[in-house]
Design a binder for this molecule. Structure first.
Ligand code: GLN
Length: 401
């Protein structure tokens, strides 16, 4: 029997307009070719023992049925305490927090809750690939504002204020802000955040922020939530989660903090999308959020050391590295290798050298903008980074040819 779909049952137009995740595809390729996976951003080292124990205890104590749809009370209370502690922002856990299946669900639920067809959302690019399909699924039109790479690897990615201002129209609903940023490692400065705040207020636009790398930050930088700036608490949706801070990307626990009217709408969407995030892992999450400040300090220090381990190996192999200020990725320029594009290059890396990375084009709406860039994730053990570094040194022969 022919099981392919018949024309009268054609697929949703929405689905036709985006591809599968390139990041996840690169992980499958890494498995296929037994490559070192520096593509998808998940740690290859254990989560803290204490929070694993809390998850085990929660299951043993039969926290095995649905949590309240918008999140277990313990976890919402812990999130509110953290937001107050780190950002000085008061939020009411009863009316302003929605716990979701990862920050990925928080973002799509937020956009579905806010956007109507014709609404525009501003996205800085290069951008984390989910935001493109998120916009399409929610009916919003993405409008891109460029982050320009520094002339040398040590500088900052910057945007042009005039371009941002020009991108805002009557239909603009929100600016999506991801700081610390994936894939560039940019940490938006206080001055940049104030500028974005001023535009949000002037044009009555919301800020939807992805702050999942909040605690992974280097060189003495500090993370600032735009919601903590005057005039922004009432116009921000702040998204975060357990995944990166506690090395539990597979637990799928995230959240959105927003004013009560927006939270109501997000909760409705979330309820019918997923009902709720895993109940025992929410309890463990509440315990994780109670870890002492030293935990977050050593997290940032250990990631700084991983960054400083991978970058010299990449540089030696011929990459031009844009040094990240936060998050756990390094964007590189691959012009020196003379490949036609990033996809040809990452295919070569995974098949011939046994290292998986993400082609830069998957972070741009026009693929050619990323055609000479490749992203490496360094949330990996020292042995993994060293093995990748060793394999990549074979590129030197290629450059000499
Ligand atoms: N955020 C991670 C990355 O950019 C993982 C994404 C995912 O697969 N959910 O690699």
């Amino acid at each position: 029997m022919d099981v392919s779909i018949q024309p009268k049952h054609a697929l949703s137009d929405k689905v036709e307009h985006f591809t599968e995740s390139v990041i996840r595809e690169m992980t499958r390729q890494a498995m296929l070719y037994s490559a070192v996976n520096l593509a998808q951003g998940f740690p290859d080292f254990p989560a803290p023992a204490e929070i694993k124990r809390q998850a085990q205890e929660a299951i043993a104590a039969d926290v095995n049925q649905y949590a309240i749809t918008w999140g277990a009370k313990n976890l919402r209370n812990a999130i509110a305490r953290q937001v107050k502690h780190w950002q000085g922002v008061e939020v009411d856990p009863e009316t302003q927090i929605t716990v979701t299946c990862g920050s990925t669900e928080a973002m799509i639920s937020t956009l579905l809750a806010l956007c109507n067809k014709g609404d525009e959302i501003i996205i800085f690019e290069p951008f984390y690939e989910n935001y493109g399909p998120d916009a399409i699924l929610s009916g919003a039109k993405p409008v891109f504002v460029k982050l320009r790479p520094p002339a040398n690897g040590d500088g900052e990615w910057i945007f042009d204020e005039r371009e941002l201002r020009a991108a805002i129209h009557n239909q603009t609903k929100a600016i999506i802000l991801n700081s610390p940023n994936n894939p560039t490692g940019k940490v938006f400065t206080p001055t940049e955040l104030e500028l974005i705040r001023d535009l949000c207020v002037e044009f009555n636009v919301l800020a939807i922020t992805d702050e999942i790398y909040e605690h992974i930050i280097y060189d003495g930088s500090r993370h600032t939530s735009i919601a903590s700036l005057e005039g922004m608490a009432e116009r921000s949706v702040t998204i975060n989660g357990l995944s990166k801070t506690y090395s539990v990307t597979g637990w799928r626990v995230g959240w959105a903090v927003a004013p009560p009217n927006i939270t109501n709408a997000i909760r409705k969407v979330h309820d019918f999308l997923t009902v709720g995030a895993p109940a025992p892992l929410q309890e463990a999450g509440a315990a994780a959020l109670g870890l002492p400040p030293s935990y977050y300090e050593s997290l940032a220090i250990s990631y700084g050391a991983r960054r400083d381990r991978l970058i010299p190996a990449l540089t030696e192999a011929g990459f031009c590295c844009f040094r990240p200020r936060g998050a756990y990725y390094v964007m590189t320029d691959i012009t020196a290798f003379g490949f036609p594009d990033d996809v040809a290059f990452t295919n070569y890396l995974v098949k011939e050298l046994g290292v998986a990375a993400v082609p830069g084009s998957s972070f741009y709406h026009e693929p050619h903008d990323g055609a000479q860039q490749v992203r490496f994730a360094f949330c990996k053990r020292a042995e993994t980074l060293d093995e990748a570094g060793k394999r990549l040194q074979r590129l030197l022969q290629l450059r000499r040819r």
